[in-house]
Design a protein around this ligand. Structure first.
Ligand code: FDA
Length: 310
């Protein structure tokens, strides 16, 4: 019930100021975010990759409304890729980008501005031997994001996309993207969406997730199972066996700090397990979506406000 309230708060500047200024917020944020700075994120990447996990890095930021900030996002990703190259981590670490941080919503030509910025990132990623995945944001951005994907895949065919099972359109999108070389991360969806475009009942979202999983595993692409849900993970493993897919022809993905024992278990079983590692100072929207997903996370956060010693 609190989920929609938190998702609305995730887009409120006033709430952003209140939450970010609370001194108790930081330790809770640290559970989900690898640090404000690149060098902190690289510490996490080294720890994860040396224990057999792969990563995808997200330089936090979204809903950018001026060109200068959009360019700063692009430059931050270029720095990140140079660092991965210099530290010889490109084989195990890719990057995830949100096109709204590249200026997608700018009123004059936002789509093209975002495409130009992310194209530079994809070029460097290809050059150093890694990949880019385009995160999916709210439903108003899906057409533009899939059009950017289509453009990028001409030159960089392993550019990945994200599909959200809560959207009615996703079954069709999954069919269209289940083709050779196509990397698709399937998630349930983290934004507040209207009933006209998305399932509202969690059971319907889960059923739609399974339908899209079936389509992706039956196709020729590379499914990326972005979920912490044990049922979805078990179904994905059954589908992999049914379609005679070996490890490396699909992968599991989970968020940094969430179900870490399960991350370890899957990697130890020989599955490819990739951890989504967010870093940067603009953690507010990401953090609020994590609280909205799980009442226990919210309770943990609220408990940290309680005075100590009683
Ligand atoms: P669900 O929410 O049903 O949870 C299943 C179980 O997982 C819970 O019972 C709990 O045990 C555990 N769990 C789930 N969330 C937790 C949390 N926050 N804290 C602690 N435990 C938790 N969304 C989007 O709209 N666009 C995107 O681009 C992405 N990208 C993305 C990348 C990756 C790698 C992942 C894993 C997820 C995303 N998401 C996303 C988020 C996604 O849409 C979804 O909101 C969350 O993954 C939660 O859904 P689950 O499938 O994990 O299941």
């Amino acid at each position: 019930m609190l989920g929609p309230v938190l998702l609305a708060a995730a887009r409120s500047d006033r709430m952003r100021r209140v939450v970010a200024a609370a001194p108790v917020t930081r330790p809770v944020v640290n559970r989900f975010v690898a640090g404000d700075e690149l060098h902190r994120a690289m510490d996490a990447v080294r720890t994860l990759t040396s224990s057999g996990l792969d990563v995808t890095l997200d330089h936090l930021g979204e809903d950018v409304h001026d060109r200068a900030t959009a360019h700063a996002t692009r430059d931050a990703y270029l720095r990140l890729l140079e660092t991965l190259r210099d530290q010889k981590l490109a084989a195990r670490a890719e990057v995830s980008v949100k096109l709204s941080a590249f200026g997608q919503a700018l009123p004059d030509g936002g789509h093209d501005i975002a495409l130009d910025g992310v194209r530079r990132v994809a070029e460097l990623a290809t050059e150093i031997g890694t990949t880019v995945t385009l995160d999916m944001e709210d439903h108003t951005t899906v057409d533009s994001t899939l059009a950017v994907l289509h453009e990028l895949r001409r030159e960089h065919p392993s550019t990945g996309a994200v599909l959200q099972s809560y959207l009615f359109r996703t079954e069709d999108d999954a069919r269209a993207l289940a083709t050779a070389g196509s990397r698709v991360r399937l998630v349930k969806g983290a934004y507040k969406e209207p009933a006209g475009v998305a399932f509202q009942d969690k059971r319907d979202v889960d059923k739609a997730y399974v339908r899209a999983l079936r389509t992706l595993f039956a196709g020729d692409g590379h499914p990326m199972v972005g979920s912490h849900d044990p049922r979805m993970i078990a179904i994905a493993q059954e589908l992999a066996a049914r379609h005679h897919r070996g490890p490396g022809t699909y992968e599991f993905q989970m968020l940094y700090g969430i179900r870490t024992a399960e991350q370890r278990r899957l990697a130890d079983e020989g599955e490819r397990m990739r951890i989504y590692v967010p870093y940067g100072a603009d953690w507010y929207g990401y953090f609020m979506r994590r609280l909205a997903e799980r009442p226990a996370n919210l309770a943990f956060f609220l408990r940290s406000f309680a005075p100590t010693g009683r």
